[in-house]
Write a protein that binds this ligand. Structure first.
Ligand SMILES: *[C@@H]1O[C@H](CO)[C@@H](O)[C@H](O)[C@H]1NC(C)=O
Ligand SMILES: *[C@@H]1O[C@H](CO)[C@@H](O)[C@H](O)[C@H]1NC(C)=O
Length: 317
């Protein structure tokens, strides 16, 4: 199947592949391919294009107290600097979807809004700094886009810092299950009938998902508490998250050569293979300068200081 599929993809690519509607366009040749058979282009730390200058609460590797102090200080101090270190994306989530991206690495945390020292908390996206808007606002954008593109299937993975396994307050420090569940309730309200419910990923064809309009897969870290084991979400522990050293070098090439059989092994175990081209596992802020993530989509300085104006880089998932 994968070989046939790539030949078919080539055939379509030589005609006019419409990136905004590629899943719909490919439907006639997808046969019984499931979501676990395709390579979905994805973005890493997807929401970092819209960060404020305020450090988020609960940032990886920092105590709650330090984080709270920095939250108050960063806009005037190092916020701008930290924001730039944390930015991996330069186009909006709608532009990503429009450009063919179908996997979104959605980092969220419960925190006081940007540029406020105190007050009520809500869920914001983060990567060091927190997003300008509430997380739910970006999800509404995804929903509108999906309504306008009725055959596209989108996978979102919610976590605080890209960890599939941590649960409870280890995943989302300083939060209660009720606060986490309230966020998932908002997610359910936004996506409604689009949410895949009781879907076995390795046995349900994409064509079937399109036909039944079950087009949004919500992977949740801390699945049991955050979603109360909802049938409308999937446990992030079924993501096989492979970090292979930045998408280059020996380790990555060796891995990529085995990609096909790895994909099949994972499908047999109902695991969603995610191949990250980020340079490494989550790093604490002290090492943040080195943690430049790949999949940059804008013209940003590279690690050695040169600028590269590249087209959006597709990370396989
Ligand atoms: C999904 O499974 C749950 C629990 O088994 C059940 O209550 C629910 O009705 C199912 N939903 C659908 C759409 O089959
Ligand atoms: C799907 O995954 C389950 C494990 O959750 C496995 O038992 C089953 O054989 C898999 N199906 C296919 C078609 O690979």
């Amino acid at each position: 199947m994968p070989r046939l599929l790539s030949l078919a993809l080539l055939a379509v690519a030589s005609a006019d592949l419409d990136l905004a509607n590629w899943m719909g366009q490919l439907a006639p040749i997808l046969g019984d391919a499931t979501l676990l058979d395709l390579s979905l282009p994805g973005t890493h730390d997807s929401m970092t294009y819209d960060l404020s200058d305020t450090l988020s609460d609960g940032y990886e590797g920092m105590s709650a107290a330090t984080s709270a102090i920095l939250h108050a200080l960063t806009p005037g101090l190092a916020g701008r600097f930290i924001r730039k270190q944390g930015q991996t994306q330069g186009i909006t989530i709608t532009e990503m979807l429009e450009g063919g991206i179908r996997f979104i690495d959605f980092r969220v945390m419960y925190t006081v809004g940007p540029d406020r020292v105190a007050g009520g908390k809500d869920w914001y996206c983060l990567h060091g700094c927190e997003s300008k808007r509430k997380a739910i606002a970006y999800l509404r954008e995804v929903r509108s886009w999906m309504d306008a593109h009725p055959k596209e299937v989108v996978v979102l993975w919610a976590s605080r810092h890209g960890n599939v396994a941590l649960t409870g307050t280890a995943q989302y420090p300083g939060t209660t299950p009720a606060e986490r569940q309230a966020f998932f309730k908002q997610v359910e309200d936004v996506f409604g009938e689009l949410l895949m419910e009781n879907v076995s990923l390795n046995e349900t064809s994409i064509v079937d998902l399109q036909r039944r309009n079950k087009r949004l897969l919500w992977f949740a870290s801390d699945y049991v508490e955050s979603t109360r084991s909802s049938p409308r979400a999937a446990d992030a522990r079924s993501i096989d998250n492979q970090l292979k050293g930045g998408g280059y070098g020996r380790e990555f090439v060796d891995f990529a050569k085995q990609g096909g059989s790895k994909l099949r092994d994972d499908r047999a175990r109902n695991q969603f293979l995610l191949v990250s081209m980020s340079v490494g596992p989550p790093t604490p802020p002290s090492k943040m300068l080195r943690s430049w993530s790949s999949c940059r989509t804008s013209s940003e300085p590279t690690r050695n200081g040169r600028r590269s104006a590249q087209r959006p880089r597709k990370c396989r998932t």
